[in-house]
Design a protein around this ligand. Structure first.
Ligand SMILES: C[S@@+](CC[C@H](N)C(=O)[O-])C[C@H]1O[C@@H](n2cnc3c(N)ncnc32)[C@H](O)[C@@H]1O
Length: 253
């Protein structure tokens, strides 16, 4: 596994199949963020690891100003093109490393969504991502992290999961084969994309299996307080049955 696996993993297939979400899911996410980041009209939001801009676009449609940082130039270009097409003027996307980047104006809210965290084996580097989120904010403002619930993953989603996706009348099969390294506390997944009439394409990635209590410690170390835990954007409490682990924390006044 290359050390910076995400530089090749996040390409067109993944974006088309997994980053374009159902409008209902996006609407629920926006509602969750508006409520739990305590957003007000014209607020500036920092989207850490913004992908093709799915969440930023939806927030910009609600009248917020957004700034996203994303390592994939291709994704940034796509996010910018969509913003232009949708006439979303206050939606900015920048290509760079979220471990170093800070917006030039401090934000009124920040979020890191859809397991864009825990890609390093080294906890200090993952913590750096949270420290950047903390530094991006004005005092008293909120940050939300949407991560997988490692307990839920270990209970049932391994070793093989198959996704069937339909795009433009084409059926695409994606097989995800995953395995756990207990020594490193990681989950490695190999994704095989089968498009009709084309050779299979295989991509792999590794994320840390942080448990909610470990994430809590990292949030506190980064400086966040008033932490809240959720099992999803439906605001259910975090439990063994929650597929997601969402943590919201505040930069103290
Ligand atoms: C699973 S995708 C989620 C994208 C987006 N947050 C969403 O909800 O659609 C994870 C994204 O994080 C980006 N990423 C990972 N590490 C990064 C880093 N250090 N700096 C900037 N972007 C990063 C990847 O390129 C990818 O687009």
């Amino acid at each position: 596994m290359p050390k910076h696996w995400w530089k090749t993993f996040f390409e067109e297939d993944f974006a088309r199949l997994f980053l374009v979400r159902h409008p209902r899911e996006v609407t629920q996410t926006v509602r969750f963020l508006m409520k739990h980041l305590h957003l007000k009209k014209d607020d500036l939001l920092f989207d850490q690891c913004s992908g093709i801009g799915t969440i930023s676009h939806a927030l910009a449609e609600q009248g917020y100003r957004t700034i996203g940082i994303e390592q994939s130039r291709r994704y940034v270009q796509e996010a910018q093109e969509t913003a232009k097409k949708e006439q979303l003027k206050n939606c900015l996307f920048i290509s760079g490393d979220a471990l170093r980047f800070l917006p030039s104006e401090t934000a009124d809210g920040a979020f890191n969504w859809y397991t864009s965290f825990g890609y390093y084996l080294d906890d200090e580097q993952n913590l750096q991502m949270l420290k950047q989120a903390f530094a991006s904010l004005k005092k008293g403002k909120w940050f939300a992290l949407d991560f997988h619930n490692s307990f839920y993953l270990l209970r049932g989603r391994l070793p093989v999961r198959t996704y069937i996706k339909k795009i433009n009348k084409q059926t695409i099969r994606v097989k995800r084969h995953s395995w756990v390294n207990l020594e490193h506390g990681t989950l490695t997944s190999e994704w095989t994309y089968s498009f009709p009439g084309e050779p299979d394409r295989v991509r792999a990635g590794t994320t840390r299996l942080y448990m909610p209590a470990e994430l809590k410690q990292m949030f506190l170390q980064a400086g966040f307080r008033d932490l809240r835990f959720f099992g999803g954007t439906d605001e259910q409490p975090l439990s063994l049955k929650s597929p997601r682990c969402i943590i919201v924390g505040r930069k103290p006044l």
